[in-house]
Design a protein. Structure first.
Length: 369
């Protein structure tokens, strides 16, 4: 007759179970360490007619990609008017395209991208990691005789003008004509989250619904057509979130632009890739977008009246300086520093709502956190 030592058997079973649990924990820790070492999850979003919109930000548009906070998305963009502007497109054809989308912008925007966990009241931190332009660009002004308010000197240029460029991708340059070379400094003209329902801009087709599509023409609290040429590789922008999921778009890709964008367009182009890291910030509260580069903080203001845009940008700068934690400043001190050290520039004068951005050098703060 075989007898069992129950106590010894139970001890053996518990020991085996413990070893199994330890082994599983070791595997989970190894997987977590591997995931951490691998870094953020990466995604790709190509530009197709299904993943882009022409001239409107529609809050009811279904997301084209869903990601987690911290993920990196490599996004392709299109040229204006759903890629209908290509080398050889005539001015008459450009004018016809402009008239074909009444009230909407000419911009093709890729998105929206839904970010898990993003809620109204949060802030979307968008890090611009990499920009790879496609090999051609264009600059044009519309005929001033037909569009007398579009461009700083539109009435002085009654005829339209268009010029196409083939890029020297290796040297990141575009030849305007022999003896005139333009260095490429690519940045997204439009970088947006979902619309602000309180944006006073007209809705598509004159709709009264606050959740109807909003034109990409105007910059606003949700970013959109900011045309801020500082948003190059290595920069970061912070945009207040108004809709669940954030809903991130980008387009109106630029390869070079002077402050003012005075004739209507920059060196318009499209990107093989713009890599964005999307981070939901629940520890920040903003009313207007803010940006930063390695050397500057950037505060913005937008209004149809350029003077009011300047006032808004200056107020944002004063508020930022008075609220930063590096060196305590009251509003009078912040106003004084803004006047002495901030460089306030005209962002653009052609997007219905004009823009001003104030550059605050980080170097003025000698006391580290």
């Amino acid at each position: 007759m075989v007898t069992f030592n129950i106590n010894k058997l139970m001890v053996t079973m518990f020991a085996a179970l413990n070893l199994l649990l330890v082994a599983n924990l070791a595997v989970e820790n190894a997987q977590a360490a591997e995931a951490k070492q691998a870094g953020p999850k990466r995604h790709k979003l190509p530009a197709t007619l299904e993943t882009t919109q022409w001239g409107w930000l529609d809050p009811k548009e279904s997301p084209k990609l869903t990601v987690d906070s911290g993920d990196i998305v490599s996004i392709e963009t299109m040229m204006h008017s759903h890629n209908k502007i290509q080398p050889g497109t005539t001015m008459d054809e450009i004018v016809a395209l402009r008239k074909a989308n009444p009230g909407g912008g000419p911009h093709s925007v890729t998105g929206p991208i839904y970010v898990n966990g993003a809620e109204p009241g949060d802030v979307m931190e968008i890090r611009i990691l990499r920009i790879v332009p496609k090999p051609f660009g264009v600059n044009f002004n519309l005929p001033g005789k037909e569009f007398p308010t579009i461009g700083a000197l539109a009435p002085e240029f009654p005829e339209g003008f268009v010029k196409y460029f083939n890029f020297d991708s290796k040297n990141r340059q575009a030849e305007f004509k022999p003896g005139v070379m333009i260095d490429l400094q690519p940045f997204p003209g439009t970088l947006a989250v979902g619309i602000d329902p309180d944006d006073p801009a007209p809705r598509k087709g004159g709709a009264k619904d606050s959740m109807a599509p909003v034109s990409t023409l105007r910059p606003w609290k949700n970013g959109s057509n900011m045309d801020l040429n500082e948003l190059q590789e290595g920069s970061t922008i912070y945009i207040p979130i108004f809709l669940k999921g954030g809903l991130v778009w980008t387009g109106d890709s630029h390869c070079r632009q002077g402050n003012g964008e005075v004739n209507l367009t920059a060196l318009e182009c499209s990107y093989r890739e713009i890599a964005l890291q999307l981070i939901v910030r629940k520890d920040m509260k903003l009313e207007w977008p803010r940006a930063e580069t390695k050397t500057h903080w950037i505060l913005m203001g937008f209004d149809e009246d350029l003077n009011k845009a300047m006032v808004s940008a200056v107020r944002e700068t004063v508020d930022f300086l008075a609220s930063q934690k590096m060196v305590p400043l009251d509003r009078y001190e912040a106003y004084s520093i803004t006047s002495m050290a901030a460089d306030c520039r005209v962002t653009q004068v052609v997007d219905v709502r004009k823009g001003v951005h104030c550059m605050v050098p980080k170097s003025i703060f000698t006391k580290k956190k």
